[in-house]
Design a protein. Sequence first.
Length: 431
Amino acid sequence: PFLPFLPFHSLSPIHPQPTDERRIHILYTLFQLPEIYLLAALVDFFENKNRGYTRIEQSPDTHGGVQCGDVLITYQMIWWDVRTSVDWLHVYGDVKEKTVKNLERYVVKDPRLPLCIHKLRSSGMKTFIATNSDYRYTQKIMTHLFDYPEGPDGGPHRRWREYFDHVIVDAKKPRFFEEGSMLREVDEDTASLKLGVFTGALKPGQVYSGGSSGAFCKYTGAKGKEILYVGDHIFGDVIKAKKEQAWRTFLVLPELKKEVKVWESTQSLFLRLQNLAYILAEVYGSGSGPTDGGVKLPDMNSLRRALKVTSQEMEDSYPSRLGSLLRCGSRLTHFAIMANRFADLYSSSCVNLMRYPSNYLFTAPHQLMVHETNPSDSLPISPALPGTPGLTGKRPRMLTKLPRGMSIVDHDVDLEDDNGIRKRSSHDEVP
């Protein structure tokens, strides 16, 4: 079952809390789900009373760790051990070796990927890869993804390298978008690095290691908004590419397919949340005994309870135990706010680009500020609120600050996954 909504003020003081990186660590991505699970499993393991460990009571509301006799284990120690172990495993462990031995299980293969990239290149665009993986691992993964008997145009099989103008491995993102590292050529036969630092124009077909986004723009002649960078890491890919180089950004959200399906089935709940928020504002503004068209409005406590129940219903609609990636009740999650702010486009897969013409212009609807809204006074609110049959009133007003971005889907384009590409609301357009 999902965790119920907890009273915030009983868990945290109402005054602002200083940012303390020693106390809070944000886990942003799908890549970190195994780490989240391991942390939860270890805490559950040590807090099980049958293990002989007892909680250390630091204060009535916080627990610093567990203790068994003279052995002390703090939660910070557990986090640090997991964090360093995960880093060690990916650098020195056998995760990559086990992955390449069972590619069918761990790597999702999409036959539309070669077609999508072929379409982009056929329209005159250039394509590149910048990955943190080394050349050996990249070669095996990409060979698997592009391993089809025929090419995208019905011709003979094409190697994955033929789909890209430039390939950069060992990019060390997010450092790649800042000072970067030495740019060196890679010997494809031995997968080793060639001597010296490469300082010339990037050669088509050559594999490079390291470098920086600044050097890439310099040696290719591409600038800022001329580049659309596709990535699935909100910080290491999207935020850094946008802030450091002003590149156009495309955030890949595999979870979006499920998010869209759940959203379509829970829009009535979201509308109910808006209705409840509006009526609650009317109650606060009207004083005691409020009425709306002769109908007595509910009291504040019943409205608050209805808000909590409806928000929990929305959370329970999502298949993941963590709830929605993008929404918590009527509010956006921190992840969603970052996506709205830094991702020009987002979708469940980059292959959705192939459903649009190469000269397609992605735009978003104009967005109004609160003082610019003028909702109609004649539209009823719906669906009916719990315990208030037949209650009607004004359309819910935008009583709080508008979110910076909105996402849209172009319904005039037939998308196989009914998902499409979302464009955040901004003054910019993405050609």
